[in-house]
Design a protein around this ligand. Structure first.
Ligand SMILES: C[S@@+](CC[C@H](N)C(=O)[O-])C[C@H]1O[C@@H](n2cnc3c(N)ncnc32)[C@H](O)[C@@H]1O
Length: 254
């Protein structure tokens, strides 16, 4: 009996740890998604038919796109917490949004080939394990010819390597949450208390590895130029000078 109880306890603990790993940051202020959609999607095409949001989280980006474009949208996420949260949203049901519990790299199947004319993704590609060519191979596979691909992620640049080295190690030492709660209001004075509190729970930052960040030299490679046209690329501070640099780009599949 005691062994059985211990096993149940250990299994529950492992389950909690796994859920924690992909616990969605669901509380991105909506203005972040709004700016992304207005700057990196709307100017590039008036009509879309089939769209996908890779790593949709709680669906903030989908919600924003639906304000401006009528299209069929698929939200894919590796976390059942994210997908369940989206499924509970009556607005998504009404709009016929479809949700897939799927790791992004598992979309390499024949039924996803050439399927989407808009691929969007906010703050996900740098979490997905793998190198940049492999991620673009997947994007190429699921994109229709002439599709627009609009991505926010983290570039592999020196500033981010240093920044995430510090973040990763404070989380590994178990003081990441406390550090963010103390330093957050100083570095991010314009963000709400709730935002900073949720940031402090992002335990998965201890697994952030710069080998998964986006390699900027790939945009100059022949492989990239043979399959895509770069329409826009920006490297911007996430919030303030002291925070990570984001990579935002729009490419068109040839
Ligand atoms: C920082 S959150 C961003 C969520 C959402 N895109 C947003 O902007 O609110 C990262 C999301 O990526 C998801 N994710 C992590 N690895 C993934 C993978 N391999 N495939 C698909 N989704 C993944 C997580 O579950 C989480 O929902």
């Amino acid at each position: 009996m005691l062994i059985k109880l211990s096993l149940v306890y250990i299994l529950n603990h492992i389950k909690q740890m796994l859920e924690m790993k992909f616990n969605t940051y669901s509380n991105f202020p909506q203005e972040i998604h709004e700016n992304f959609v207005k700057t990196y999607i709307l100017p590039y095409r008036d009509k879309f038919e089939e769209c996908i949001d890779l790593g949709c989280g709680a669906g903030g980006l989908i919600r924003e796109l639906l304000k401006y474009r009528q299209c069929h949208i698929v939200g894919a996420d590796i976390s059942d917490l994210s997908i369940n949260r989206c499924l509970e949203n009556p607005a998504f049901k009404k709009e016929g949004v479809e949700f897939l519990l799927n790791g992004m790299m598992d979309l390499d199947k024949p039924n996803f080939k050439n399927r989407f004319d808009l691929i969007m993704s906010y703050s996900v590609l740098h979490i997905v394990p793998g190198d940049t060519p492999a991620k673009f191979k997947l994007l190429k596979h699921i994109a229709k010819p002439s599709a627009i691909i609009a991505i926010d992620s983290i570039p592999r640049i020196t500033w981010n390597k240093i920044f995430f080295f510090l973040i990763r190690n404070t989380f590994k030492l178990g003081i990441g949450g406390t550090a963010i709660r103390w330093i957050g209001p100083i570095v991010l004075p314009h963000r709400s208390k709730d935002y900073i509190k949720e940031l402090s729970h992002l335990d998965y930052m201890k697994d952030f590895s710069s080998s998964n960040f986006i390699d900027l030299s790939y945009f100059k490679s022949k492989e990239f130029r043979d399959s895509f046209k770069l329409l826009r690329l920006d490297i911007v501070p996430q919030d303030t000078f002291f925070t990570a640099r984001r990579l935002r780009f729009v490419v068109k599949k040839l």
